[in-house]
Design a protein around this ligand. Structure first.
Ligand SMILES: O=C(O)[C@@H](CO)OP(=O)(O)O
Length: 255
């Protein structure tokens, strides 16, 4: 018997559609994103996935994606738990900036380093940013020491893994089929752990919106029985998934 884990990046958000760095900013799904979320539910139902429990971040786009997918599956009644540790990577002072304009201003190499290097965080969010999410009430009880001002992927791995081990693994160990609805970079962090991807190689992984990734885990190790390409675990048309991943990679090309 294996333990089944489904990872789902939220559908396109309004800030994805506008090509803005989003991070912890709480924008909603776009109309297309809502349709992607519903379609992800259809894909999971067609794949015969009998979900038992759902985990989401504290961000509306992931929460709504799970709601729409579950509604499509007739599973709106499932128990759901939410945690800030599944949030998107905090984009620091890039939050709210246009990705292509940022590449024009600082160069594509610098922006690639900020977006996809493992251990270089963007500059910390500044007082004049205008889109500082940290004062939101949902984070009011977080100790100041864990509230980020900016995060690289290594930071996300460090703050996400405690929730993986303490919040999600116990569900899998109890034999539950688990859906995690989260974000491009919090899922890159989880996939890095699960598939044992190196710090260098993870920079080449881009996860498309609204595509479920299905992991069959060895219940002893809670790692995939067969490590491999995370996108090869996608439900849906592989060519469309590859095109969508390439489009994510290209979001920060200058004009
Ligand atoms: O803006 C963001 O928060 C993320 C995901 O949408 O973007 P990127 O893919 O550039 O890391």
């Amino acid at each position: 018997m294996s333990a089944t884990l489904v990872l789902l990046r939220h559908g396109q958000s309004t800030w994805n559609a506008e090509n803005l760095f989003t991070g912890w900013w709480d924008c909603p799904l776009s109309e297309l994103g809502a349709a992607e979320a519903t379609e992800s539910g259809r894909l999971m139902a067609d794949a015969g996935l009998a979900l038992d429990v759902v985990h989401t971040s504290l961000q509306t786009r992931a929460i709504r994606t799970a709601e729409l997918a579950l509604a499509e599956m007739g599973l709106s009644w499932l128990p759901v738990r939410r945690h800030w540790r599944l949030n998107e990577r905090h984009y620091g002072d890039l939050t709210g900036r246009d990705k292509a304009q940022t590449a024009e201003r600082y160069g594509e190499d610098q922006v690639f380093t900020w977006r996809r290097s493992y251990d270089v965080p963007p500059p910390p969010i500044s007082d004049d940013n205008g889109h500082d999410p940290n004062g939101d009430r949902r984070y009011a009880e977080l100790p100041p020491d864990v509230l980020p001002a900016s995060e690289c992927l290594a930071d996300v791995v460090d703050r996400m893994l405690p929730y993986w081990f303490d919040g999600i693994v116990p569900d899998l160990a109890a034999g539950r089929t688990v859906l995690v609805a989260a974000h491009g970079n919090s899922l890159r962090a989880l996939v890095k752990h699960l598939d044992g991807i190196s710090d260098d190689a993870i920079s080449g992984l881009n996860i498309p919106t609204g595509v479920p990734l299905v992991y069959e885990l060895d219940p002893t190790t809670m790692r995939p029985a067969e490590p491999g390409d995370p996108l090869a675990r996608s439900l849906g048309d592989p060519e469309a998934v590859a095109r969508a991943a390439a489009a994510v990679a290209a979001q920060a090309q200058g004009g």
